[in-house]
Design a protein around this ligand. Structure first.
Ligand SMILES: C[S@@+](CC[C@H](N)C(=O)[O-])C[C@H]1O[C@@H](n2cnc3c(N)ncnc32)[C@H](O)[C@@H]1O
Length: 246
């Protein structure tokens, strides 16, 4: 997937992102983040998208800003009530600068893995550390790599099968680069749509190391948004890192 760039996701998905990408955890995500930040605190969302999490936090009185690679996704946020009030820098979260220091930064919905290499992910942690106030926190949500259904580093799964539509997801795994290359194929009477997504995955322990390289210490790890224990059965984790005072 050599042609996949940081703004490709938005070009392909912005039009129907909200309808197609509801994880069903938004209220719990907002509640957990709100509980980590002092009232009215400065909050930055990396890869803010269409404002799914940022908008409710802004409405609760937090001073929310964003970074996002896709102008198309930001245009969708801007079209929503309150969307214009969230200053957002268009750029790559691994490198782009943003004015200000924050009490809390977050990156949810597996989006760390949209950065295509370990190097880019490390730079992202360093960028976060540079913009966190001492004592500030960084929250991250990613899936735990899972190879159920894979044979010879690939799998195909039927996601939707109706009388008038079919969605199939094909995935290949590169265990050296740690990249899942996803391709969703949507077939309807109107034709066929291809939605690719490469994801450079990492286990929680590697993510902890990236945080340490950036001078951040792990404070929490949960196996869900209701602060469930993280166990061998957890399919994803919510982890919080802190920037020490000195
Ligand atoms: C799964 S969506 C998540 C959007 C939003 N955070 C949410 O939870 O609904 C991934 C988002 O990451 C953005 N993105 C991908 N790579 C990026 C990068 N390198 N820098 C900034 N944003 C990026 C995409 O454009 C898209 O808006």
């Amino acid at each position: 997937m050599d042609n996949f760039r940081s703004d490709t996701f938005g070009k392909l998905n912005a039009a129907d992102y909200d309808a197609q990408h509801d994880p069903g955890t938004t209220d719990a995500t907002v509640a957990l983040i709100a509980g980590l930040v002092p009232a009215g605190g400065a909050v930055l969302e990396l890869a803010i998208g269409t404002g799914r999490v940022a908008l409710p936090l802004s409405q609760m009185g937090f001073a929310v800003s964003g970074i996002e690679a896709s102008p198309e996704m930001v245009a969708k946020m801007r079209a929503k009530p309150g969307g214009d009030a969230i200053p957002t820098v268009i750029g790559d979260m691994a490198d782009v600068d943003i004015e200000g220091m924050f009490d809390h930064i977050f990156l949810v919905f597996n989006t760390l893995f949209n950065l295509p290499s370990q190097e880019a992910q490390i730079r992202c942690f360093e960028n976060v550390s540079k913009h966190l106030k001492p004592g500030g926190t960084f929250l991250i949500e990613t899936f735990v790599p899972n190879f159920t259904g894979f044979t010879e580093n690939q799998r195909v799964k039927t996601m939707q099968l109706e009388v008038d539509r079919l969605c199939i997801e094909a995935v290949t795994n590169d265990p050296v680069a740690q990249i899942f290359a996803f391709l969703r194929v949507h077939i309807t009477a109107d034709g066929m749509k291809l939605v690719p997504l490469p994801m450079r995955y990492a286990y929680p322990a590697e993510i902890d190391l990236m945080a340490r390289l950036a001078g951040l210490r792990r404070k929490h790890r949960w196996g869900g948004w209701d602060k469930q224990d993280f166990t061998a059965d957890s399919t994803f984790h919510v982890s919080v890192y802190e920037k020490p005072f000195s």
